[in-house]
Design a protein around this ligand. Structure first.
Ligand code: FES
Length: 142
C-alpha cells in the first residue's frame, strides 16, 4: 500500500448513506465502487451485485436498511461491513471489496488494484450533469 487517494469524509458517507465513485482496475477498465457506512467506519465494495451483476447504486445512492445494502433487482441484502449475503438470489456470496482507510474522518482509497477516476458513476462523463465538482483526478477537496 504505497499510495493513497483522498476520497471524501466519513461524515459525507454517513449523511448520504453511500458515496459512489469510478475507479480504474488493474486491467485498465473503469469500474464503480461504493463507500457505505459500517459500524467501525466505512467499507468499499464494487458496485455490482453478485447475482446478476446489477448495480447496487443506480445513481441515487444505495438502498440500505439495518446495516444492510439492498440489491434493487431482486432484493438480496448484503452486510455493509462484511459484504456477505445470506438471503435471496445472491445467498452465500460476498461483494467484491476495495481497500480503503480512514484517518481523522477522511476516507482514502488504498487499494493498489484501483486508481481513482472521479466521483460518481461511469456514466457521469456522458452528461449526468455532475460537472460542478473538481474534475481533476489528482486533487480532490471538499
Ligand atoms: S441481481 Fe441482485 S439479487 Fe439478483
Amino acid at each position: 500500500m504505497s499510495t493513497r487517494t483522498e476520497l471524501t469524509t466519513v461524515e459525507a458517507v454517513r449523511e448520504g448513506r453511500s458515496w459512489l465513485f469510478t475507479a480504474t482496475d488493474a486491467h485498465g477498465t473503469d469500474d464503480e465502487v461504493i463507500l457505505v457506512p459500517c459500524e467501525d467506519g466505512v467499507e468499499a465494495w464494487v458496485n455490482r451485485c453478485t447475482h446478476e451483476a446489477q448495480r447496487l447504486d443506480r445513481g441515487m445512492g444505495v438502498a440500505m436498511r439495518d446495516g444492510e445494502l439492498i440489491c434493487p433487482k431482486h432484493g438480496s441484502t448484503f452486510d455493509s461491513c462484511s459484504g456477505h449475503c445470506d438471503n435471496g438470489d445472491a445467498a452465500h456470496t460476498t461483494l467484491v471489496g476495495v481497500d480503503v482507510s480512514v484517518e481523522d474522518g477522511t476516507v482514502y482509497l488504498t487499494d493498489d488494484g484501483y486508481a481513482f477516476v472521479h466521483e460518481g458513476g461511469i456514466e457521469d462523463d456522458d452528461g449526468w450533469g455532475d460537472d460542478d465538482g473538481p474534475s481533476s483526478t489528482s486533487h480532490l477537496s471538499f
